[in-house]
Design a protein around this ligand. Structure first.
Ligand code: ARG
Length: 562
């Protein structure tokens, strides 16, 4: 409910600027004066009347009734008091009637949004950097879907480049299929690292690698088979992680998919006079050189990351006819996306304006203890497993008899990691700490899950909601705060979509949990008389619903008990 709008609409006095009025509505200094007020001093000059007169004219023009319980003019202010019981009953009815659809809307009906996220690299570890990216993209995907958009999740796999030539050489020299089948990407990384070490002493390895990469490009059977094998090994591992994170994609068209789709783009750029030679390479230069040129073809004819993104942009526009195309990628690639978007604009693609780089910061671990030998790569799977083990330890300590502990520990551990990386605004770099994200009393996933479980246990204690309901039971500050938050939820989703910022939802979930826990500690429920008890149970039920809706959008499970 937009109370400000309600107030503005209730005023019948002619000649007032509605927007101006709306912006003036504020909370009174003394809450005994009412719930909201309009100070009338601003109008005095243009209306040539005293604020006191204006306030009383406005007040007497208001139709009292419905949610507006009382209106009063006092010393140049118009004070409004609402019918909080009616408001609470309306909000709660609405939440419970819509259930899991509460918060959804059809604002995106008929519109398509492409979301490029996760986009992991084949034969490379799925590391912490990709975690934030994956969590953000997954949440944005679900939030846009909830707002009625058709979301298209795209995993733009890094499955092309000279490194695959190196990997083939390494595999043929030292590869052990059994080891790779068992240890997956870790085994691939090992031989890849070995290749780089050996290459220093034996430069012929580089030539072999180049030859093998050329063989992939030329479609040589053996080369392609190995390439596909490395890809399958990586995807098997990655899919296992996606399952745990509740992530899905509609397309896995990666870089190699665009091999035969780049030439037409280069041709069009040439025809438009935008592609120029520079030291044998082909580049697009920008006006006044305000950005470095965008390199699209090397002097040996090879294409680049940017060339593939150009082809991908056209492919997505043609295939999905998107209204928006998002790239959830770290800010290190700011320049890359600025260049791509600008080149499209220079080509006359009016849809270049619909492309957005949803940039995010870096995630590092508090201590390097989990880093793989030598390097500082941290496998995401290890992070998830550690979080789950720690969650399990907490449960073992606090609630040893809990049924289904393994599954709940998985939900809490993985949920803690997801919630933890989604809690800050995405652009910030963050230091990941297990203790912090797993703190059951902090601003964390487990805290929100715990609040959800607390709602369930309340129902176990109190039984179902009876027929007699007295909303006076909600006429206190902590209940009012909860009702206002519940009412705000649909706006929260819109704001988070508009800013591509799932942290708006995580923060909201914490606010709602804190508000609920405050109420829970301040007020009795079960021992109250029937009407009051029921109104508070209805409130609890609505909180539980909205917490579950919010966590669902973040990809986080809601264990019944914890
Ligand atoms: N694979 C790239 C990386 O790990 C990210 C790709 C992002 N998407 C894109 N269309 N460029 O850095």
């Amino acid at each position: 409910m937009d109370y400000k709008q309600l107030i503005v609409d209730s005023i019948q006095l002619q000649g007032l600027d509605k927007q101006g009025l709306y912006d003036l509505v504020a909370a009174p200094k003394d809450s005994a004066m009412g719930d909201l007020c309009i100070p009338c001093f601003k109008f005095a000059k243009e209306m040539r009347k005293s604020p006191i007169v204006i306030a009383s004219e406005i007040a007497s023009s208001v139709k009292v009734g419905g949610l507006i319980k009382k209106v009063e003019a006092v010393a140049g202010f118009v004070n409004f008091t609402f019918d909080n019981e009616l408001y609470a009953s309306q909000v709660l009815d609405n939440v419970l009637e819509q259930g899991e659809n509460y918060g959804k809307s059809d604002e995106g009906k008929g519109k398509t949004v492409c979301i490029d996220y996760s986009s992991v690299n084949i034969a490379k570890p799925f590391h912490m950097g990709h975690l934030l990216n994956t969590a953000l993209g997954g949440a944005i995907y679900r939030i846009y879907t909830a707002l009625g958009y058709k979301s298209v999740g795209i995993n733009h796999l890094g499955d092309w480049g000279t490194q695959f030539g190196k990997l083939i050489v390494a595999y043929k020299l030292w590869g052990n299929k059994k080891d790779i089948d068992e240890r997956g990407v870790r085994a691939l990384v090992d031989i890849y690292v070995k290749f780089h070490k050996e290459e220093e002493n034996d430069p012929s390895l580089s030539d072999q690698a180049r030859a093998w990469f050329k063989a992939i490009e030329d479609g040589n059977d053996e080369a392609l088979q190995l390439f596909e094998y490395f890809k399958a090994i990586t995807l098997k591992e990655v899919d296992r992680i996606y399952k745990r994170l509740n992530i899905r994609f509609d397309s896995y068209a990666g870089e190699s998919f665009y091999n035969d789709k780049m030439q037409p783009v280069l041709d069009e750029l040439t025809a438009k006079g935008l592609l120029v030679e520079s030291d044998g390479a082909k580049v697009v230069k920008f006006e006044n050189d305000n950005m470095p040129p965008c390199l699209l073809q090397r002097s040996d004819g090879a294409t680049l990351y940017a060339t593939r993104d150009m082809a991908a942009a056209f492919y997505r526009k043609n295939t999905y006819d998107f209204d928006k195309s998002l790239y959830v990628v770290a800010y290190q690639q700011n320049l890359h996306f600025q260049q791509i978007f600008k080149v499209l604009e220079m080509m006359g693609c009016d849809w270049a304006k619909d492309m957005v780089h949803v940039a995010h910061g870096m995630v590092s671990l508090e201590n390097g203890s989990m880093s793989t030998r030598g390097g500082n790569v941290v496998f995401l799977e290890d992070v998830l497993n550690t979080a789950v083990a720690k969650a399990k330890a907490v449960i073992d300590e606090k609630n040893p008899l809990l049924e289904g502990k393994e599954e709940i520990a998985e939900q809490v551990g993985v949920g803690a990691v997801l919630f933890g990386v989604l809690y800050n605004s995405r652009i910030k770099d963050m230091v990941f700490s297990f203790d912090k994200v797993l703190n059951f009393e902090g601003e964390t996933g487990p805290y929100v899950q715990y609040t959800y479980a607390r709602c369930n246990s309340l129902f176990e204690k109190c039984g179902e909601i009876g027929k007699e309901i007295d909303y006076i039971g909600l006429d206190n500050d902590s209940c009012k705060a909860i009702v206002a938050l519940l009412d705000k939820y649909p706006e929260i989703l819109k704001e988070s979509a508009k800013k591509y910022e799932p942290s708006v939802v995580t923060r909201y979930a914490v606010d709602l949990s804190q508000a609920f826990n405050k109420f829970y500690f301040e007020h009795k429920i079960n021992s109250e008389r029937e009407g009051i008890k029921n109104s508070r149970l209805i409130l609890t039920k609505a909180v539980r619903q909205v917490l579950s809706n919010a966590l669902g959008l973040l990809g986080i499970a809601t264990p019944y008990k914890m």
